[in-house]
Design a protein around this ligand. Structure first.
Ligand SMILES: [Fe+2]
Length: 241
């Protein structure tokens, strides 16, 4: 007997991504161009055609300069053309909130790498609410940026008191959820808060935060969850990029 046709389970295309670590050798992301190439090919497979990759800028661990990031981006783009990969890759950065970032906002604000309509991706300490948080938001907005908090579901101080996010949003902060949180990649509490933020429609951007192939596989797993589909129904700014 002939096998029955397999029912196709097609996933909705993954929209333009705004958070990843795919410029080789700059941070804890990909280690080689080949690894970057493999991941970008996989992004193409799931429907992504545009992607802002965001190396860490963190004064002690990854003291990247904006020029270094843009230089590495040009190098990668040139190689991708030769390899015939039809994906539009751009670069911004994931800024760690510290005194150096505040100094940059004071002294060289135009230098900062943002994406789209001047969206500025930032992260904070995972344990404690930073002392400078409100000052940073005020300065970033005064300089014409729209601050985007990376993966709010991952910070323990926010897990302990999610109402902090309401205050941040009132001050003009946008929230970016990591999709792999929905696969339970980090922990159960992170997954739970990620789902709750989607249910409460508090998410403005989604991101992969992809550092390596293993995380890309977790992304594919997360794309099968009910909350991923629910997230795609939100008015995500990703669609406008
Ligand atoms: Fe990241």
């Amino acid at each position: 007997m002939l096998p029955l046709f397999k029912k196709k389970t097609s996933l909705p295309a993954y929209p333009p991504d705004i958070h990843s670590h795919l410029l080789p050798g700059l941070d804890d992301g990909t280690k080689s161009y080949e690894e970057t190439l493999e991941i970008l090919k996989q992004f193409y497979e799931i429907g992504t055609r545009k992607l802002y990759t965001t190396p860490h800028i963190m004064s002690d661990l990854y003291p990247n300069e904006e020029e270094t990031i843009l230089g590495k981006l040009s190098w990668v783009k040139e190689k991708l053309t030769l390899d015939d990969v039809d994906i539009d890759i751009q670069a911004a950065a994931e800024y760690y909130l510290d005194e150096i970032l505040l100094e940059k906002l004071d002294n060289t604000p135009k230098k900062l790498l943002s994406f789209g309509d001047r969206y500025l991706l930032f992260e904070t300490s995972f344990m404690n609410q930073p002392f400078y948080l409100q000052e940073f938001i005020f300065k970033a907005i005064s300089q014409g940026y729209k601050p985007v908090l990376a993966h709010p579901e991952r910070y323990s101080y926010i897990q302990n008191d999610p109402s902090i996010l309401d205050d941040l949003m009132q001050r003009g902060v946008l929230l970016q959820l990591n999709i792999i949180s929905l696969a339970g990649y980090y922990s159960k509490p992170v997954k739970k808060l990620a789902e709750k933020l989607i249910d409460q429609k508090k998410i403005h951007f989604i991101g992969s935060d992809c550092h390596n192939l293993q995380q890309f596989l977790a992304l594919k797993e997360a794309m099968t969850t009910r909350h991923y589909k629910k997230a795609l129904d939100l008015p995500l700014i990703n669609y406008k990029l």
